[in-house]
Design a protein around this ligand. Structure first.
Ligand SMILES: [Zn+2]
Length: 86
């Protein structure tokens, strides 16, 4: 489940990552940008619409290639069958 750190003062947010990565980003941001102080309105949020696995919402490339290959094979088979049927 990805998390981001968001600082409203700077209108900035970290890249999505684990809760731990978001907390590290928070610490680094507070140290670098705010002199170690915690800015108002900062928070760590779960990325909306995220799945348990970051890549889970994407269709696997291998599955797409297999489907395309099957379609190409079906078309070839159909053409061969239509030529042979003449
Ligand atoms: Zn900030």
């Amino acid at each position: 489940m990805p998390y981001i750190y968001r600082c409203r003062q700077c209108r900035a947010s970290s890249a999505p990552g684990t809760r731990r990565q978001a907390e590290d980003a928070r610490q680094e941001h507070c140290d670098v940008e705010h002199g170690g102080l915690a800015p108002d309105g900062e928070r760590i949020e779960r990325v909306p619409g995220s799945t348990r696995h970051p890549d889970g919402r994407y269709v696997s490339t291998r599955a797409v290639l297999v489907v395309l290959l099957l379609l190409a094979l079906a078309e070839c088979t159909g053409r061969i069958a239509s030529v042979a049927g003449r």
